[in-house]
Design a protein. Structure first.
Lengths: 227, 490
């Protein structure tokens, strides 16, 4: 991340805590008073945060590789929140909490609601904000866990030989060894060897486990690619 | 060419399927709606395997390509594949405009060649074209040339069976568009997408009709228009209500329009004020909550608690300052007007601001018309406007380096009835000067946000105008006009 970030950390101890933090709240608001106060509130609640004064500043910095969420002011000088959400949306799945400085929410903004976690109207209560931030962080943590799991499974899938990759969909479709062997034109014994390799390489404890993994990986069932 | 254009119930659907020779016009006032509509038109064509031609100014192409990319399209790839063609609007215009009129043959040859190229030897049999050449002409004041070009486009569109889409910037409060442009545009297009009908415009038009035309007729009219609304899917918007008033109650039209504009100004001002107060309030509430948590911690963090308490005091003072300014603004229900010389006020403001920028490297120069007639206005309010503009200019120059920090204030006559003041900075400049007047907009770190919105409201209350334009090279010029004392007496 850039050096010009206003990392909230008052002393060395906190700064160390921040760099090793297991979460991060990102703030984009053009009013320095609001940024300052939000960071203070989050710090008092034990949360780490980074603040940006504009969308451009935010976009210029990489999203951290920890569970994170974004508190986004919808009335930014350089871009409106809707556009920023669109731009962010194409690159990441960061949960967004929108804040607005005026009570009546324009209709164009309601459209954002679909993708946003929630709206807060300034001034908002600390409980309300902190509750949303926690929800967002949990949501992002879960999403990241799912993603990590998927990455692991893809990695294992790549370790399969082409033949093993043909065996996998047949096995998870519930075909008997004999049927699958006929389907591929190989002997049942050979098929059993492939099948055992698939189970081992995919780290599957049981057939049910392998079926679940196949589901995560979107492997088509019921018929092989050659059917 | 259809005599009576139909109005689509859903602009998205219409732009997705414009028909083989549909000629659609969009009236817009909000660049977001504009970018969204054009990129939607282009994107829907691209996914249908059609070829898309775009004739845009450089600035708008940036807007459109941004929208396209956010929809997952990569313009460079599409150019390479020949499915997207981009033409520069002013450059293309210069090829076939002879004076104020398009040359028929040159235009036809150019349009047919462009369409032929887009078809790429039959690779893309269907073509759709969005262009803003007509809008460029219209905005330069050449309505006749613009309509003539629309007619030519309409002819080529029918001949070649291509869908054409145009966009026109419309000021909803400009009486003239309800007279000529609106009718001409309807005449030369097959479908109209009315300018975004924001809730505020509907509300202020409703209120204005109620006030000007009267509660009984007003509510009758409203029931009539709501009846129309049910029958004509999508129509009428607040603009078509105004169009209806223009034809049905022509004597009241201008008054309704002026009244609606006044209500909109008030609504915007109220929002701006709410925003200005909400910002420090939000900071105070969050700081107070933080302070409470620091004190409740075990052990309490007294140092952080003290810092947050100090910020609360600072922000409370800022909020109270906003309230004072607003009170000042509304102290008199109407401004107290007296004749005075603006040159004198400019000199005062210059001195005031020079004191403020102590030690700064900013130079303020003045270029005053010694024969400047007096104006009839609220001196204090006009002075506030000037202070605001000068302060903005100085702040815009803070980040610049390598350019002299020079602010100049000029006074001039504007025709026989107005004086004009210009405040010109060498600052970072504004990408879109008009948005600076929207409430909630500020580029400043410590900005008041409502400054320019209020300034405009003050000047307009004096029957003047306030606007901004980028300078050639660096910076921005803010200009305002005020009626002279002599013209006000008439």
């Amino acid at each position: 991340m850039g050096n010009d970030l206003q990392l909230y950390a008052t002393d060395q101890r906190e700064r160390t805590a921040l760099t090793s933090a297991d979460h991060l709240v990102l703030i984009v608001d053009d009013d320095y008073r609001v940024r300052e106060a939000l960071q203070e509130l989050l710090a008092a609640a034990g949360l780490c945060s980074v603040a940006f004064g504009s969308a451009a500043e935010y976009m210029a910095n990489a999203t951290p590789d920890v569970p994170a969420c974004l508190i986004l002011d919808i009335e930014l000088p350089d871009i409106n929140g809707l556009d920023l959400q669109r731009q962010i949306g194409s690159g990441s799945h960061l949960p967004i909490i929108f804040v607005t400085g005026h009570g009546d929410i324009p209709s164009s903004v309601r459209a954002i609601k679909a993708g946003a976690l929630d709206f807060l109207t300034k001034p908002f209560s600390d409980q309300e904000l902190l509750k949303l931030v926690h929800t967002a962080l949990v949501q992002d943590r879960e999403r990241r866990d799912r993603q990590a799991e998927l990455d692991r499974l893809r990695q294992r899938l790549r370790s399969l030989t082409p033949r093993e990759r043909e065996v996998l969909p047949l096995v998870v479709s519930g075909l008997l060894n004999k049927q699958a062997a006929v389907h591929l034109g190989i002997s049942e014994v050979t098929l059993q060897i492939h099948r055992a390799n698939v189970m081992r390489k995919m780290h599957a404890d049981s057939l049910a486990d392998l079926v679940r993994m196949a589901g995560c990986l979107d492997i088509p069932v019921l018929q092989s690619r050659h059917a | 060419m259809n005599a009576v254009p139909s109005v689509s119930s859903s602009w998205k659907e219409l732009l997705a399927n414009p028909g083989p020779d549909g000629h659609i016009v969009q009236l817009y006032q909000d660049t977001d709606f504009y970018g969204e509509a054009i990129s939607h038109f282009a994107a829907e064509g691209l996914v249908r395997g059609e070829s898309v031609i775009i004739t845009a100014t450089g600035l708008n192409w940036t807007n459109i390509s941004g929208h396209l990319m956010s929809k997952g399209f990569i313009p460079d790839e599409l150019f390479g594949r020949g499915q997207l063609m981009l033409l520069d609007a002013p450059e293309t215009l210069s090829k076939f405009m002879v004076g104020n009129t398009p040359d028929v043959k040159t235009f036809r040859d150019l349009a047919l060649a462009t369409i032929g190229k887009a078809r790429a030897g039959g690779k893309f049999p269907r073509v759709r074209w969005w262009g803003e050449m007509v809008n460029v002409l219209y905005l330069s004041g050449n309505l006749n040339g613009s309509i003539r070009l629309e007619e030519l486009f309409d002819g080529v569109g029918h001949e070649e069976s291509i869908a054409i889409f145009c966009s026109f910037l419309m000021d909803k409060y400009d009486a003239e568009i309800y007279d000529r442009a609106f009718g001409d545009l309807c005449r030369t297009h097959s479908q109209v997408i009315p300018a975004e009908d924001n809730a505020m415009h509907t509300e202020v038009v409703d209120r204005a009709i109620g006030e000007v035309i009267g509660p009984i007729e007003g509510s009758l009219l409203k029931s009539l228009t709501s009846w129309l609304h049910g029958r004509t899917s999508g129509m009428p918007t607040s603009q078509s209500i105004l169009l209806w008033v223009k034809h049905a109650v022509p004597t009241k039209f201008e008054e309704v329009l002026a009244c609606a504009r006044k209500y909109e100004r008030e609504t915007l001002l109220a929002r701006a004020i709410a925003h200005e107060i909400n910002q420090p309030l939000a900071a105070m509430v969050a700081n107070a909550a933080a302070c409470h948590r620091w004190l409740a911690a075990n052990p309490p963090n007294l140092e952080r608690a003290r810092v947050t308490a100090e910020r609360i005091i600072r922000d409370a003072n800022a909020a109270s300052e906003v309230v004072n300014r607003v009170r000042g603004l509304f102290k008199q229900s109407s401004p107290v007007r007296s004749p005075f010389g603006l040159n004198e006020v400019i000199a005062e403001v210059r001195q005031l601001m020079l004191d403020e920028v102590t030690g700064g490297s900013v130079t303020i120069e003045t270029d005053l018309d010694p024969e400047l007639p007096q104006v009839l206005a609220d001196r204090v309010q006009v002075q506030q406007v000037l202070v605001n503009l000068v302060r903005n200019g100085i702040e815009a120059m803070v980040p610049t380096t390598g350019v002299p920090k020079l602010l100049s204030i000029r006074s001039r006559r504007e025709g026989s009835q107005y004086v004009r003041i210009e405040v010109c900075d060498q600052g970072t400049g504004l990408r879109d000067p008009e948005t600076a007047f929207k409430p909630f907009v500020t580029t400043k770190k410590h900005g008041m946000g409502m400054g320019l919105a209020i300034c405009r409201s003050i000047i307009e209350a004096h029957e003047g105008r306030l606007w901004a334009a980028p300078n050639e090279g660096w910076g921005t010029t803010f200009s305002f006009t005020l009626p002279t004392n002599a013209s006000a007496l008439h």
